[in-house]
Design a protein around this ligand. Structure first.
Ligand code: BES
Ligand code: MN
Ligand code: ZN
Length: 490
């Protein structure tokens, strides 16, 4: 698909589908839109009247213009009140427009949307993201995967000169789509080895440096927590460390760490009926966001060094499985009594955090589909954020807001660590049910000593069963947009 930023307006553009973004306040028609209405012999006003279109967010109206007109289809997209026009409204609105264009078999799409906050670059980036996200359709695992109709060219009207922003939008979406497809792929395809191969491909394509630690090297580093989880699987674990280094001295050094459980059976505390075990391919959603961010950042090339880390394995059962009650020693020497083998993500992250903590970073963020408790607390659309560091927490919250992803800061309630006290070891890996996502975060904190750190529990938002403007049911790629925005603004 070809994207162009052009100085043409809705009055001068010609093509298959002209999509106009309208806020509630842009009615009744005035200025350029009134003129467009005149040129179309009142068709625009007719459409507004017949569809009872009021510019409400999430509403659309389409009409055929006719063979001789400058455009074949006219699509109106409501953006809500212009008082609180958000970038996310533009993304969602333009996504609806893109879906209409595809449905109506329009090869060319002209986007005439209002500018957000007098910021043409942000506007162009968000519009690009919305279109690309909406038009991605995953048919990899269907036997009948003939490509259906595709929109071929998208023109962003009155946004001439915004080529850089447009490219940023394309690169970010590249990363989001990678993460979506990784999460949607089944656990017999996305194995730890497949993650390692993907990292190799990213490294080769984008010039990242890569080190994959095999089991023996992880043993040498004393990663007993990670390897405890990995020991029941027939598939070898892979500790993946990708690095993006800018030319010249980096302004900051950051790390993104993703939980990479390619399947979570629960281990000997096996997931029972109603636990959603058949969905536990999504347990590498953190790693998917990490890889997606790597793909975007490696193309955008900011002056920041970024480490991308995932301790990838499965959580399986077998005669080699770790037992409930086993005591593991993590790579920082701390001992963990495994009172529940289904709390495996924090064990793998423990060693990944210790590893990252030694890299001399300014900050690090982990993303993990860590607890069902977080989904209970915040629902499926919102990620939980924990950090002892207010500056880091604020920068992530701001980044998420700009990126259009939902995040909510949760308390690091130190007193709750009492629930993880063990009689025999330094700590247990699970506490009582209440506050389960908080004790999980407190557990992780035991493995960080040097670095400003934040933890995102993304168990809810990495997957959706519902269709929305720019997401079909499946993986969402949650986290990529926030991470890229965070790296660019950090
Ligand atoms: N991967 C799960 C968490 C999860 C649940 C992710 C739902 C996505 C959707 C995690 O490893 C897990 O099993 N957590 C347990 C922790 C418990 C044993 C303390 C949970 O949430 O039940
Ligand atoms: Mn689990
Ligand atoms: Zn898990």
């Amino acid at each position: 698909m070809d994207f162009t930023a052009t100085d043409k307006s809705c009055l001068t553009w010609t093509g298959d589908c002209l999509a106009i973004g309208l806020s509630e306040e842009s009615l009744p028609l005035s200025g350029m839109l009134a003129e467009l209405n005149q040129r179309l012999s009142g068709l625009l006003q007719d459409l507004i009247d017949e569809a009872d279109f009021k510019g409400k967010e999430g509403t659309t109206a389409v009409i055929r213009v006719g063979r001789t007109g400058p455009v074949r289809k006219l699509a109106l997209v409501g953006l809500g009140s212009s008082d609180h026009l958000k970038l996310e409204s533009l993304r969602r609105g333009v996504a609806s427009a893109a879906r209409i264009a595809k449905r109506e078999k329009c090869k060319t799409l002209g986007i005439s949307f209002p500018m957000w906050n007098n910021a043409p670059a942000r506007t162009a980036q968000a519009l690009t993201e919305g279109v690309l996200l909406a038009l991605h359709h995953d048919t990899r695992f269907k036997s009948d995967n003939e490509p259906n109709f595709q929109v071929e060219a998208v023109h962003l009207l009155e946004l001439a000169g915004q080529e850089a922003a447009l490219a940023t939008g394309q690169r970010i979406t590249d990363g989001v789509i990678l993460a979506r497809d990784m999460v949607s792929a089944p656990p017999n395809v996305i194995t730890p080895l497949a993650l390692a191969d993907l990292a190799t491909e990213l490294a080769e394509t984008y010039g990242l440096s890569l080190k994959i630690l095999e089991r023996a090297e992880c043993e040498d580093l004393g990663m007993g927590a990670f390897l405890g989880v990995a020991q029941a699987s027939d598939l070898p674990p892979k500790f993946i460390h990708l690095v993006y280094k800018p030319d010249g001295t980096p302004r900051r050094k950051l790390a993104i760490i993703g939980k990479g459980l390619t399947f979570d059976s629960g281990g000997l505390n096996i997931k029972g009926p109603g636990s959603g075990i058949e969905m536990m391919k999504i347990d590498m959603g953190g790693a998917a966001a990490t890889f997606g961010a790597a793909k975007a950042i490696a193309q955008i090339k900011p002056d920041v060094e970024v480490h991308f880390i995932s301790a990838a394995t499965e959580n399986m059962i077998s005669g080699h499985a770790m037992r409930p009650g086993d005591i593991l020693t993590a790579s920082n020497g701390k001992t963990i009594e495994v009172n529940n083998t289904d709390a495996e993500g924090r064990l793998t992250l423990a060693d990944a955090l210790v590893f990252a903590d030694k890299l001399g970073l300014d900050a690090m963020v982990d993303l993990a589909t860590l607890t069902g408790a977080c989904v209970v607390a915040l629902g499926e659309d919102i990620a939980g954020l924990w950090s002892p560091d207010d500056t880091l927490a604020d920068s992530l919250t701001t980044a998420a807001d700009t990126a259009g992803e939902k995040i909510w800061r949760m308390p690091m309630e130190e007193k709750y660590f009492d629930g993880l006290k063990s009689v025999v070891a330094d700590m247990k890996n699970t506490g009582p049910r209440p506050g389960g996502s908080i004790t999980a975060a407190l557990f992780l904190k035991q493995f960080v000593s040097e670095t400003a750190w934040a933890h995102l529990d993304v168990a809810g938002p990495v997957w959706t069963d519902k269709e929305n403007a720019y997401n079909n049911p499946g993986g969402t790629g949650y986290g990529v947009r926030t991470l890229v925005q965070w790296v660019l603004s950090a």
